[in-house]
Write a protein that binds this ligand. Structure first.
Ligand code: MN
Length: 240
């Protein structure tokens, strides 16, 4: 049994090298995987399933053929691609996960999240998140013409980058209490998330000797993935 987890590829037109690395990952590393979990921010931006960028077509085809060959594909929303919808997911053969999803692995149960929900010290962001995740906001946004949606998305990104430069490192990381609380509430020993771009395996996150937290890495000069097999967990990085 081989289960793979990735997040934070931030695929965009200006980085064709990352799209190529992902295609390579799908045809090599994921070729014999039983499941592949895409845990958010796979795309740098997503303004609706009806506004896809043609340069990603080879990638969409590769994901579709992977799922058709029997690899189960799962997608969880990140803070950038939270508008990925069922129309697109059906096209590639992926299943949408809840924002906090319990899954079964060869080594036991785990909880997967994108991770932005755990950054509770970032009050501005949590407020923004509540707005853009509301069905009303999303319906109104998706009803706008594509060029208008693009303009709004660019403006939102510029604001969030501006705010991020003014925040300390601690604020941008997960809150330890938010982590231990979710582990305790879900009665779970393993949490897998991305978002913070701080790849690592942390222990004792629930209490002493309880609770492991795996943080996936972002794809930039290196790619990162987590492999879970019958022997355990392996956090892997490779040059792009
Ligand atoms: Mn993120």
């Amino acid at each position: 049994m081989k289960v793979l987890f990735i997040s934070d590829l931030h695929l965009k037109a200006e980085r064709p090298d990352i799209t190529r690395a992902f295609l390579h990952f799908l045809s090599e590393t994921a070729a014999d995987a039983d499941a592949l979990y895409l845990l958010g921010d796979i795309f740098e931006a997503w303004i609706g399933d009806d506004a896809q960028e043609p340069q990603f077509n080879p990638l969409f085809n590769a994901l579709k053929s992977l799922s058709e060959r029997g690899c189960r594909l799962y997608f969880q929303h990140g803070n950038r691609d939270f508008l990925v919808g069922n129309q697109f997911l059906t096209k590639i053969g992926a299943t949408l996960l809840e924002e906090k999803q319990r899954i079964d692995l060869p080594i036991g149960s785990a909880l997967v999240m994108h991770g932005d929900q755990l950054c509770t010290d970032d009050k501005d962001y949590q407020q923004f998140r509540a707005l853009v995740r509301s069905p009303n906001w999303q319906q109104a946004f998706l009803a706008k013409p594509i060029n208008e949606r693009l303009a709004i998305a660019q403006q939102l990104r510029a604001t969030s980058q501006q705010l991020a430069t003014e925040k300390s490192n601690e604020i941008m990381d997960v809150n330890p209490l938010a982590v231990s609380t979710v582990l305790r509430e879900e009665k779970i020993e393993l949490l897998i998330h991305g978002h913070t771009h701080r790849p690592a395996i942390h222990y004792n996150q629930r209490s002493n000797e309880h609770g492991t937290r795996v943080v996936l890495g972002d794809w930039d000069t290196k790619l990162w993935y987590l492999e879970c097999n019958d022997n355990g967990l392996l956090l892997v990085d490779e040059p792009i």
